[in-house]
Design a protein around this ligand. Structure first.
Ligand SMILES: [Ca+2]
Ligand SMILES: [Ca+2]
Ligand SMILES: [Ca+2]
Length: 229
């Protein structure tokens, strides 16, 4: 890698969300950040990887349930029914925005990895502090515990609580934990996460990175043009 050195980046500058959905994501993340994080070190995130991995894989059954015609993709109609069954209330516009944001290969459908990211975003967006925090929101308590861990990890990394993880925040998190070689891997992972190479990682990018690290979606028929460094 290279050519990223001269990019202006500071922990104090505010990053403007580009879409309404992203603005809502950032808002929800900041609300969540105000409650703090249970994670104490970068290493504690790494230690949770295997459990997250397991849980995301088990999510396949949920995916298959909502992929009614079993074509390996959840289309718009199937997604609407899925939300209806989970009693998740979204406006038509919100569903469209979510769908578009998560349909990264632009095939007008939710593949398994895209679906996981979508569910986790739903989990974050429907995190209404005035309502059922303790109660399972989507009727999938195990999966929600995993989503909570992912949100927690993001909150831990987002030191200035602006809803984005910058490269310097990633470095800070790693340095604080005093981890040398793990740290270098972490920075490399950051580069992997930062798809549009703007020096900032939002929650969606973070989630997609997780699904790739866990190998979810690797056996899809269409490979996502994996970058090799
Ligand atoms: Ca389908
Ligand atoms: Ca897709
Ligand atoms: Ca930040």
């Amino acid at each position: 890698m290279g050519g990223i050195v001269g990019k202006p980046e500071s922990a104090t500058s505010t990053w403007m969300p580009e879409t309404k959905l992203e603005a809502k994501m950032v808002e929800a993340m900041q609300r969540r950040a105000a409650e703090g994080t249970a994670l104490k070190s970068f290493n504690s995130i790494i230690l949770k990887f295997p459990k997250i991995d397991d849980s995301l894989r088990n999510c396949k059954a949920i995916f298959e349930k909502f992929d009614e015609d079993s074509n390996g993709t959840i289309d718009h109609e199937e997604l609407k029914k899925c939300f209806h069954k989970l009693e998740i209330k979204f406006t038509e516009e919100e569903i469209n925005d979510l769908f578009e944001a998560c349909d990264i290969n632009k095939d007008m459908g939710m593949k398994f990895n895209e679906f996981i990211v979508l569910l986790c975003l739903v989990y974050l967006l429907k995190d209404d502090p005035t309502a059922l925090r303790a109660k399972s929101r989507m009727g999938m308590p195990k999966l929600e515990a995993t989503f909570e861990t992912l949100v927690d990890a993001f909150v831990f990394l987002d030191k200035n609580k602006d809803g984005y993880v910058s490269r310097s925040e990633m470095t800070q998190a790693v340095t604080e934990s005093g981890e040398g070689s793990t740290g270098r891997i972490a920075i490399k992972r950051f580069e992997e996460m930062d798809w549009d190479k703007n020096g900032m990682v939002n929650f969606k990018e973070f989630l997609f990175a997780f699904t790739r690290w866990c190998g979810v979606g690797e056996n899809e028929d269409e490979e996502e043009g994996e970058e090799k460094n």
